[in-house]
Design a protein around this ligand. Structure first.
Ligand SMILES: *Cc1c(COP(=O)(O)O)cnc(C)c1O
Length: 345
């Protein structure tokens, strides 16, 4: 099957499985898992932060970070299309009592500085206390778009002037770095904390890393324990993460090239409209034309019958994601399947 639903579907590579089998482990809650410690140190170094914390998922990384930055009733400013706002089960409110203030995401996933400025609360007992600005790079729901080092630095400097902190949901920040052709540090060093996923384009089976200052990570470590995320011999998982961090960031441009090839091919096929400007990175967004007499269900089933797994993100809206297990041949085969299904319809 050619699975274009997400880069979360990536299976671990043989090298990762071998590293997992050979991993030296210990009790990570005691700080004694050498493989977890190595992963956390490498992640911190790569992101230009002081320390790292291995967590079970990107959702846990964002939740842990926001709870470490904010107390109950504090406010976090974020985009109205932020993954944390839309797709993390409201955890920051349910578990942390943190209030979110959503601003309109621009087409590239950014927030306007003037919107942020207007959202910062004055010191008045009517208002929650603004504590944190949360950014997302690449921006998932805005099409896998990326924001520049200059933007990240501008928002961070601005936040710090107001005594606010910045958290970056960098689930796919290595994709942003690859698309920009910059060291990921340029995107992650200016912020106060960053989460990135090992389990998406980097191909590891499980896990994310939260990075920040030593003092911040010490607080986050207690919160991770509170959330049930103290994982004991987690080095088995971290071993795959180390292979991911060492070998995968430098190949992400291949996924971007294949996403472009997929988009170029789709633009030649009547019945499917690729969004203008898509893809920015490894995600092709587009819509099934109104005149195609197929329901979403029928379209997805017909594609599956041709060996291609896709799913809709809204009625007649689709996101196709390229990743390690999608090679040039898979792109060609997927395009042939789209052509067959759409011309038969
Ligand atoms: C996938 C994703 C997450 C959450 O990661 P999980 O590991 O699925 O919990 C957070 N933010 C963004 C932008 C994502 O794409």
């Amino acid at each position: 099957m050619i699975d274009l639903r997400s880069d979360t579907v990536t299976q671990p590579t043989p090298e990762m499985r071998e590293a997992m089998a050979q991993a030296q482990v210990g009790d990570d809650v005691y700080g004694e898992d050498p493989t977890v410690n190595e992963l956390e140190a490498l992640a911190a170094e790569m992101t230009g932060q002081e320390a790292g914390l291995f967590v079970a998922s990107g959702t846990m990384g964002n939740l842990t970070a926001i709870l470490a930055h904010c107390g109950r009733g504090d406010e976090v400013i974020m985009g109205n299309k932020a993954h944390t706002f839309l797709f993390e089960a409201g955890g920051i409110s349910a578990l942390g009592g943190v209030h979110s203030h959503q601003l309109p995401n621009q087409a590239d996933g950014s927030l306007l500085l003037e919107d942020i400025a207007a959202a910062i609360r004055p010191d008045d007992p009517h208002f929650p206390v603004t504590r944190l600005i949360a950014l997302e790079n690449t921006h998932n729901r805005c099409g896998g778009t990326y924001q520049s080092p200059a933007y990240i630095r501008t928002v961070s400097d601005f936040a710090h002037q107001y005594g606010l902190r910045v958290h970056l949901d960098g689930a796919r920040v290595f994709n942003a770095a690859a698309a920009l052709g910059v060291d990921v540090r340029e995107l992650t060093a200016p912020v106060d904390s960053v989460t990135f996923c090992l389990s998406k384009g980097l191909c590891a089976p499980v896990g994310s890393v939260l990075c920040g200052s030593r003092a911040f990570i010490a607080r986050a470590r207690r919160i991770r324990k509170m959330l049930g995320g103290g994982m004991r011999q987690a080095g088995v998982l971290a071993a795959a993460g180390l292979v991911a961090l060492r070998t995968m960031p430098q190949r992400l441009h291949e996924d971007h090239r294949r996403a472009q090839k997929l988009a170029d091919g789709l633009r030649q096929i009547p019945g499917f409209q690729v969004d203008e400007g898509s893809p920015a990175t490894n995600m092709v967004f587009g819509s099934l034309s109104a005149d195609v007499p197929l329901s979403d269900e029928a379209f997805m089933q017909a594609m599956a019958a041709h060996g291609v797994l896709i799913h809709d993100v809204a009625p007649r809206r689709y996101r196709f994601v390229t990743h390690y297990w999608i090679d040039d041949r898979a792109v060609e085969d997927a395009l042939a399947a789209f052509r067959d299904v759409l011309t038969a319809a």
